[in-house]
Design a protein around this ligand. Structure first.
Ligand code: ZN
Ligand code: ZN
Length: 413
């Protein structure tokens, strides 16, 4: 093995008052990451380009050297969720969300309070799959509030989703639900948008009065009564192929991306969300992910040149404005996964790259265009360093674009 690439989702942040005006990365105790940083180079990276606010799919597509491709999200999510697609099938990424009512259309929570259990999501999905539509479709819940939706047939994907939060590199957060709209004059785009809107309205009828949601209301929880869909896609995204790579991934998007990039994917089943504590579930997931990454790297290190490990949990405290949680997650990953990776330091000749796919600053509660720190361990001369946004800004690697990262660090396909 020649290299390990670790992506900590949403890693970059801004100073936070709860952390004495430090970022989560700056205030975290990370002896192992700092060990690697002290023997390498740091820099900053614009995952897509300067000023662009990326969604995870746009970021990762760019970091693996692909030019910008529209409409990858739904396709990657659906393929990562193991749905079989044929050309023309229209795939979306879906969130179970909460709105006050279809008439008012106010978004209360984009993730139904992050308390939707795996069992509840399954129950709701059973009912959703019985909706009467003029076209065939499949709805599949994945992890927590996430799901994939596919309409079977010959559709257009040149339509918007029904949430405005991330569109083509800008983040505009509005708290009103939207309709899916055709983005061109094509009749099929109008038709495709109509089908999506019809499904969303019918889904609301089913979900709002569903026994699962009545039960949730009784417990004082937000009902998962609305579907937010995005990332319409009808074609297999044509991505660069990385045959010498293995990937440790467990979220549908990252699994789909790694598969479509020709990597061998190693995955595990995410622990089901059972109780009300979404963060307990995240910690369980993070623990499982770090353990699994370690075991997998040990097992396959003779078989592949590179390993790409994607850790998702670190993105979520940013969305929820929980800087202390985020800091604790970095500390946990440091003392588990990076303690293990550190063992590959000399005499082994393995290079290690640690990046975020984008910044998710706690105080903004969403992705931002702030560049992410890059750590490139290459066993160079020893310097005293802490892996953080501010230190990375002074680093030897300079400011790079996501598209150039793998070339700069010498990781090939
Ligand atoms: Zn991300
Ligand atoms: Zn995010």
């Amino acid at each position: 093995m020649k290299g390990i690439l670790v992506v900590l989702d949403g890693m970059g942040d801004l100073p936070s008052r709860q952390l004495n005006d430090k970022t989560p990365l700056e205030s975290a105790e990370m002896p192992n990451l700092n060990f690697l940083a002290a023997r390498g180079e740091m820099g900053l990276m614009h995952p897509v380009k300067l000023g662009f606010v990326p969604e995870s799919d746009e970021a990762i597509v760019s970091i693996f050297g692909n030019r910008q491709i529209d409409s990858t999200r739904g396709q990657l999510e659906a393929r990562g969720a193991d749905l079989k697609l044929t050309r023309g099938d229209l795939a979306f990424r879906v969130n179970f969300a909460t709105i006050d009512s279809m008439e008012e259309g106010n978004i209360i929570d984009r993730r139904a309070g992050r308390t939707l259990t795996t069992e509840e999501a399954k129950e709701l999905s059973k009912s959703l799959n019985k909706i009467n539509m003029s076209v065939k479709f499949v709805f599949k819940p994945t992890i927590q509030h996430r799901a994939a939706l596919v309409f079977k047939g010959g559709f257009s994907d040149n339509i918007s989703g029904n949430d405005s939060i991330y569109t083509k590199g800008k983040s505009i957060q509005e708290d009103k639900v939207k309709y899916c709209k055709p983005l061109d004059e094509d009749e099929n785009s109008q038709y495709s948008a109509n089908i999506a809107n019809e499904f969303i309205e019918k889904a609301y009828e089913v979900l709002d009065r569903h026994p699962v949601n009545q039960e949730r209301r009784k417990k004082g929880l937000l009902p998962a009564n609305y579907l937010m869909i995005r990332g319409a896609g009808i074609e297999v995204p044509k991505l660069k192929i990385y045959r010498k790579w293995a990937s440790v991934a467990y979220m549908p998007l990252e699994i789909g991306f790694a598969k479509m990039s020709g990597m061998t994917v190693y995955s595990f089943d995410y622990p089901p969300l059972k109780g009300l504590d979404a963060y307990q579930n995240l910690h369980d997931g993070l623990k499982k992910a770090c353990d699994f990454a370690e075991k997998t790297i040990n097992k396959i290190k003779g078989n592949f040149d590179y390993v790409y490990v994607h850790i998702k949990e670190t993105d979520l405290p940013g969305h929820d404005n929980k800087p202390i949680e985020k800091k604790l997650m970095f500390e946990y990953i440091d003392k588990t996964l990076f303690k293990f990776i550190r063992r590959f330091a000399p005499p082994n000749k393995i290079k290690v790259v640690v990046i975020g796919d984008h910044s998710t600053p706690c105080k903004l509660k969403r992705h931002s265009a702030d560049p992410v720190p890059v750590l490139f361990y290459n066993d160079s001369e020893l310097k005293e360093k802490h892996f953080s946004e501010a230190e990375a800004a002074k680093g030897k690697l300079g400011v790079i674009s996501g598209n150039d990262l793998l070339r700069k660090v010498g990781f090939d396909k």
